[in-house]
Design a protein around this ligand. Structure first.
Ligand SMILES: Cc1ncc(COP(=O)(O)O)c(C=O)c1O
Length: 387
């Protein structure tokens, strides 16, 4: 018997990372000492107090029932307090919804607002869920907004056609380019969304991973944003909790209620004990400065970034030192898939940029998720290969 996939599933583009994943597995099976700089999953652990809280909350038998579909009130209050401390933004509890990771919220927001054939602006390159899990799987039409190096990897809003656009995704600090933006640019974005009646979905997953004094803004700090925007944030990268699946969306009440409505028909929210732990993690901010453990985390990433960028430069592959995220985006001046495949031959895995969109076709992404020594070793292998 054969079953046909739904048209929307058939419309998904081929998963370009699958081939790299297959090759990584093959190398490992051959016993190769593989240095993986490909996956955006921190190697650093959650801080010890989170693990202690988790043990305590899991042991509480009251924490094993269904949670409120919008999220536990104390979790939503902790999110609101965090926004006040971190971004000086006021939120009410009904402007917050708990998510099973921000990927889930990003995928479900289009289900609440995008009709068949609606156009959705998606940066190119970008996190593939905007175009695929969100837009295509909800019968929308992804429209590419090129992020070019000469424009600081920001979209050219003047060149963007807003006709029939329902929704727009944007993500800074950016995966994969690691570009950052200032509030002046975000003001232009909010005005563009307001002028054209576009729902602005701002993905701020990397706001807390930053260096050299750079502090990432929230879109909700921008006047008018609360009328058009929803912002996604996650405990995944901030607290090294990728596997715990806890995140939140905040912002415009109607947008949050639409997302909540959809979710209440699909899932029953993150486990209560995870929400309690995430609330304690957020409470560790008492001002707009990160708590000590996060400063230490960021120091580790900054040192790795310096090792990687300096080593790449010394072998003739120049790139900027990013001010945020744990990625380095390198113009490899050749086909990214071929470059990544060749690098895999010497036991180094990176992500080919074409997997994030056509504009990434000559770039590769390095994730700073290995020690300095392993990053140095990866660069030595790259150097040998290039010779
Ligand atoms: C830009 C961006 N947004 C969202 C996510 C999803 O994070 P999570 O679902 O773990 O919250 C990721 C994960 O890599 C990401 O890179």
């Amino acid at each position: 018997m054969t079953f046909e996939f739904a048209d929307r599933v058939k419309r998904l583009p081929p998963y370009l990372f699958a081939e790299i994943e297959r090759m990584i597995k093959e190398k490992k099976a051959q016993g190769v000492d593989l240095i993986s700089l490909s996956i955006g999953d921190p190697d650093l652990p959650p801080p010890p107090f989170i693990i202690d809280e988790l043990k305590k909350e899991v042991a509480d038998l009251k924490n094993h029932n269904y949670s409120f579909s919008q999220g536990e009130p104390d979790f939503r209050q902790a999110v609101a307090n965090w926004y006040k401390n971190r971004f000086h933004v006021d939120l009410e509890q009904d402007q917050v919804v708990a998510l099973l990771g921000s990927k889930e919220g990003i995928a479900n927001i289009a289900r609440a607002f995008v009709n068949s054939g609606d156009r959705v602006l998606v940066p190119d390159p970008s996190y593939p869920v905007y175009a695929n899990g969100s837009t295509i799987l909800n019968d929308g039409v992804p429209v590419s907004m090129p992020l070019l190096e000469e424009n600081g990897f920001k979209p050219d809003l003047e060149a963007t056609d807003p006709e029939k656009v329902k929704m727009m995704f944007l993500n800074y600090p950016n995966n994969p380019t690691s570009a950052t933006v200032d509030k002046a640019f975000l003001k232009q974005v909010v005005e563009f969304a307001e002028d054209n009646n576009i729902i602005l979905c701002y993905d701020n997953a990397y706001s807390e991973i930053s260096f050299d004094g750079y502090k990432a803004p929230s879109i909700l700090e921008i006047p008018g944003a609360m009328d058009v925007a929803v912002e996604f944030h996650s405990c995944s990268k901030t607290f090294n909790m990728t596997g715990d699946r806890i995140a939140f969306a905040v912002g415009n009440k109607q947008l949050i209620s639409g997302l909540t409505k959809v979710k209440s028909q699909i899932d029953s929210g993150p486990p209560v004990y995870i929400q309690r732990v995430a609330a304690r993690a957020l409470d560790s901010y008492t001002s707009d400065n990160p708590p000590d453990f996060l400063k230490k985390n960021n120091q580790v990433y900054a040192e790795r970034r310096d090792v990687l960028v300096n080593s790449l430069c010394s072998i003739g592959l120049t790139c900027e030192k990013p001010q945020a995220t744990f990625y380095v985006w390198l113009d490899c001046k050749s086909d990214s898939m071929a470059f990544a495949t060749k690098l895999l031959e010497v036991g180094v895995a990176v992500t080919p940029g074409v997997g994030f969109g056509l504009q990434g076709k000559n770039y590769v992404r390095f994730a700073l998720t290995q020690t300095k020594e392993r990053i140095r070793e990866a660069c030595n292998r790259l150097n040998t290969l290039l010779k």
